[in-house]
Design a protein. Sequence first.
Length: 94
Amino acid sequence: MEIFTDIDITLKILKALGSQTRITILNILLKEPKRNVDLAEILNLSPSTISLHMKILYKCHLVYVKKEGGSIYYYTEEENISQFLFALKGKIAS
C-alpha cells in the first residue's frame, strides 16, 4: 500500500509541473517571494487564476506561505526546485 502512496504523490507533483504557468511561477519565486497580486500582474492573469495555480503548487509542497503584516507571500525552497528543474532539463535535452 505504501508504494501506491509514493506513486500518487509523484503523479501529483508531475501533474502540477505539467503547466507552463506553474513552471513560470516557480521560476519567479526562485528569485524572491511574491504576493498573489504581484504574480497576477507579472503574468497578466487574474488573481483568482493565480490562486488556483498556487493551491495546486501548495498542496504538492512546491510553494510555501509566509505572512508579513497584512500580506501573504508565496515562496519556494530554492535548492530543491532548482535541482529538480535542472535535472528535468537535462533529461529532456538527452
